[in-house]
Write a protein that binds this ligand. Structure first.
Ligand code: Q0Z
Length: 286
């Protein structure tokens, strides 16, 4: 990786340029909660997320092409085609949670979608909705209206991004539901390849880019436990942390339990043993 030039950092990921046309996306084992990166890592978290992205990229190629070129043997690094990213986050919501729930409570709709009255927190929506957001450097993405989003990318690209995002979400949500995981919502990053084709980039349909809930515990009418981060949140709450940095160190049992949840999500969704992925990351692409 000596030729790779570091070009960007996310809270838990790093981005390198390999050449003019290729990037390397590296998922670390860092974990964030309440918007703060914790001082303790979750071993293999980055490999789980990279493996899941690769799995979904391989299975959704017929819906939309994606930027994946190769998974590296380390299991956490993905070589990808450099895209010209759209200046919007393509969010799809199948359930009412987070900022969608907040918007619904204050306006009765979300991002210009009228919704039925009387929906409760975490309710499944009658249909999944596309709720684009603007990219904010540090901080929370802001929901925007369909008109604002269309103004940023043009009507034709907006329509195509909405169509593709809804199709990806429907495919993955149905797939995951059969395996005990509710994908409540998810965020896609779309871009244009050098030929101008709309292409799926970044990570996709991972627990960091989506809300995963355990289907067995689903109970609308309040917040739902996180499939992956609930032990971490519970520990941080019980430790009396005020959610201002620095966050507390995690005890070993919270690290182990959280790692087990990530591995469980990987194995349930892919049907592949995580050890087989560690031995040969390409197994998720077959
Ligand atoms: C992804 C990000 C990360 C920091 C840019 N295929 C692509 N082409 C062009 N740009 C990107 C991609 Cl994936 C791109 N990000 C998000 C990822 C660290 C920021 F690992 N930024």
């Amino acid at each position: 990786m000596s030729e790779a030039v570091h070009v960007g950092s996310g809270k838990v990921r790093e981005l390198y340029a390999l050449d003019d046309h290729r990037l390397l996306l590296v998922a670390s084992d860092r974990i964030s909660t309440f918007d703060v990166v914790l001082p303790t890592e979750i071993p293999d978290k980055g490999r789980v997320l990279t493996g899941l992205s690769g799995f979904w990229f391989a299975r959704t190629q017929a819906i939309v092409p994606n930027h994946l070129l190769a998974l590296r043997p380390d299991g956490r690094s993905m070589e990808c085609r450099r895209l010209e990213m759209l200046p919007i986050e393509c969010v799809v919501r199948g359930y009412l949670s987070g900022s969608g729930w907040k918007d619904y409570r204050s306006t009765g709709g979300v991002c210009g979608h009228a919704l039925p009255e009387g929906l409760v927190e975490s309710a499944q929506l009658p249909e999944p909705i596309f709720t684009p957001a603007t990219k904010v450097q540090e901080g929370h993405d802001e929901n925007i209206t369909r008109e604002q989003a269309a103004g940023l990318v043009g009507q034709d690209l907006f329509d195509e991004a909405e169509r593709v995002s809804l199709a990806l979400y429907r495919f993955a949500a149905e797939y995951a539901a059969d395996r005990g995981i509710v994908i409540a919502d998810t965020k896609f990053e779309l871009g244009l390849d050098p030929a101008g084709r709309l292409t799926l980039g970044d990570e996709a349909l991972t627990p960091d880019s989506s809300r995963f809930w355990p289907a067995d515990d689903y109970a609308p009418g309040g917040g739902q436990p996180s499939y992956d981060k609930q032990f971490v949140r519970d520990f941080c709450e019980s430790a009396g942390w005020d959610k201002e940095p620095p966050a507390p160190e995690l005890p070993a049992e919270v690290v182990d339990g959280t790692r087990a949840r990530y591995v469980e999500a990987f194995e349930r969704l892919t049907g592949i043993e995580f050890d087989a992925y560690l031995a040969e990351p390409g197994v998720v692409l077959a």
